[in-house]
Design a protein around this ligand. Structure first.
Ligand SMILES: Nc1ncnc2c1ncn2[C@@H]1O[C@H](COP(=O)(O)OP(=O)(O)O)[C@@H](O)[C@H]1O
Ligand SMILES: [Mg+2]
Length: 524
């Protein structure tokens, strides 16, 4: 009898773990005392996080990815780079230039992806597209487990902001999932990796995903996983390396064949696939061959990329995490010698990344687990099992931290910090506010999250003061609660009436419904 059945008589509601990646997603379940990866189709252990639209159908995963060669404008990928972000953000503007599909401002500052269906342009919010992938994952899990699946633990980059977390959660919920917990990707990796560690070890998890970079120092102590510090960059990912390779190939093709394929989405889409493959090859080989038949105007592209060339064209990118790794040690209040080992995930397995890590962490061994790409989802499945009441041998507790300071704007427009980054979550903090002038009818509170200056506005709260009171009287208590998902919940308690009101910040109520569009504009 497995652990699950011991606790629950009906094996009808397995909780699953989901790693929704920028490129690939994975689903897993803890069953019969071990983690199982749920396959997608025949033996595929990952699902491309890709959605495609034709006039008659919607395609998700591998079917969608296959259409990229013939219909690149209607094949949507990289949704994780748009979700929970605002249209004007630099990273969104940069990504828009690189993707073959169209993205516009929905007039409320949110990016909306444009797709031509039956001669009409239709706008899809990133949440809706993610929710379609979640839905597919949920169905596959249900078929594999032969039961209906609802409960899930979902992973996000540790450096995901409040909006990005909320938007991801909304996407999952609208796919009919019950989100048991949102956990940080390096933390999930530590849960899976640390399960068999019997002594206390301090480990650096270095995860360079396609769209985001996270590095966390985590202690694994006999089943207790404790995050000490995290750094990250959600504008930096291994796709930046792929883009450099694509540009290199475009230039090479132009030099050799005197043909410019830069404006041909189909050729670029095929080059992108080849570039990612070459990057993978170069983590274990010194040369990667590239052969693409009829890439552009019936011309084949046959070339190779050496590891030296690759490292040269990406030299500045390889240097990027160095500063953050140093900051990570400072944040954790540790020296390099305090780290017992380093585990690399995703693109972190490239040899040049090892060199970079060794510059900061001299003499510490670097491990690249064979299943590094699956560590995150395995941790999610373990956490899902635990949260649904299953005893997992060796697992005791996970303790994570908040990665961005939260606060409010003072009447003088100063940033008042209410919860500092690095604070252990869940956490609750309260502060009392006075009216700014006597008998003021409203109190306005601007909620801020700090990832640079100026701080990002999460929402404005306008609270009607009934009855109105002099300014010396403390009037409203603002309560900030960061839950175990790292999501902020704000509530207000009226000091006079004692009424408690819970407020949602802006992205929480965002719909995931697509918007019917106008007649199709010509697709360039
Ligand atoms: N062996 C490898 N060598 C180089 N890069 C790899 C290797 N394995 C995976 N990667 C890269 O790791 C990244 C994993 O990204 P993914 O998990 O989809 O995104 P994210 O974690 O940012 O959401 C991809 O860019 C992939 O090309
Ligand atoms: Mg990943």
């Amino acid at each position: 009898m497995n652990n699950y059945e011991r606790k629950n008589n009906s094996p009808k509601n397995f909780a699953i773990g989901i790693d929704i990646g920028t490129m690939n997603g994975r689903v897993s379940v803890f069953r019969d005392g071990k983690v199982e990866i749920i396959p997608h189709g025949t033996d595929l252990r990952a699902i491309p996080c890709c959605v495609a639209f034709t006039d008659t159908n919607e395609h998700i995963g591998n079917d969608a990815k296959k259409l990229a060669e013939t219909n690149p404008e209607n094949v949507i990928f990289n949704v994780k780079r748009f979700i929970g972000r605002e249209f004007h953000e630099t990273s969104v503007q940069n990504d828009i230039k690189r993707v073959p599909f169209h993205v516009k401002d929905d007039k409320n500052g949110r990016p909306q992806i444009q797709v031509a269906v039956n001669g009409k342009m239709k706008g899809y919010y990133p949440e809706k597209l993610s929710s379609m992938v979640f839905d597919q994952m949920k169905k596959r899990a249900g078929t594999h487990l032969n039961c209906s699946v609802k409960d899930a633990v979902i992973t996000v980059p540790a450096y995901f902001t409040d909006f990005q977390r909320q938007a991801t959660k909304n996407a999952a919920t609208s796919a009919g999932l019950n989100v048991l917990r949102i956990i940080n990707e390096p933390t999930a990796a530590a849960i899976a990796y640390g399960l068999d560690i019997k002594d206390k070890r301090t480990i650096l998890f270095f995860d360079l995903g396609a769209g985001a970079f996270d590095a966390s120092i985590i202690t694994c102590d006999n089943g207790t996983i404790e995050v000490k510090a995290t750094v990250g960059d959600s504008h930096y990912g291994s796709e930046d390396f792929d883009n450099r390779i694509v540009n290199h190939f475009v230039n090479e093709f132009e030099n050799t064949h005197e043909k410019d394929l830069a404006s041909n989405p189909r050729a670029l889409s095929r080059l992108r696939v080849a570039a990612e493959l070459a990057k993978h090859t170069l983590s274990s080989e010194t040369v990667a061959d590239v052969n693409i038949e009829s890439l552009f105007e019936d011309t084949d592209f046959n070339t190779s990329l050496s590891r030296d060339q690759f490292e040269l064209i990406c030299a500045d990118l390889f240097q990027k995490p160095k500063k953050q790794l140093r900051a990570l040690l400072v944040d954790a209040e540790m020296k390099s010698a305090d780290i017992d080992e380093i585990v690399t995930i995703g693109c972190g397995s490239l040899p040049k990344i090892d060199d970079l890590i060794k510059e900061v962490f001299t003499g510490i061994s670097i491990n690249k687990p064979i299943n590094h790409e699956e560590l995150v989802v395995c941790g999610a499945a373990i956490q899902a099992a635990v949260l649904s009441g299953v005893e997992v041998d060796g697992f005791k507790k996970v303790s994570d931290i908040l990665n961005f300071t939260l606060g409010v704007k003072s009447p003088g427009s100063r940033f008042i910090r209410l919860i500092e980054r690095k604070t252990r979550i869940p956490v609750q903090v309260a502060m009392k506010f006075h009216p700014e002038v006597d008998y003021q009818p409203f109190l306005t509170i601007t909620v801020l999250e700090e990832h640079g200056v100026p701080q990002k506005v999460l929402g404005d709260i306008n609270y009607a003061l009934i009855p109105q009171t002099p300014r010396v009287v403390p009037r409203v208590e603002v309560i900030f609660e960061v839950d175990a998902d790292g999501v902020l919940v704000v509530s207000l308690r009226d000091v006079i009436t004692r009424v408690l009101t819970s407020v949602s910040t802006r992205f929480k109520d965002h719909s995931v419904i697509e918007e019917e569009g106008q007649a199709a504009e010509p697709v360039q």
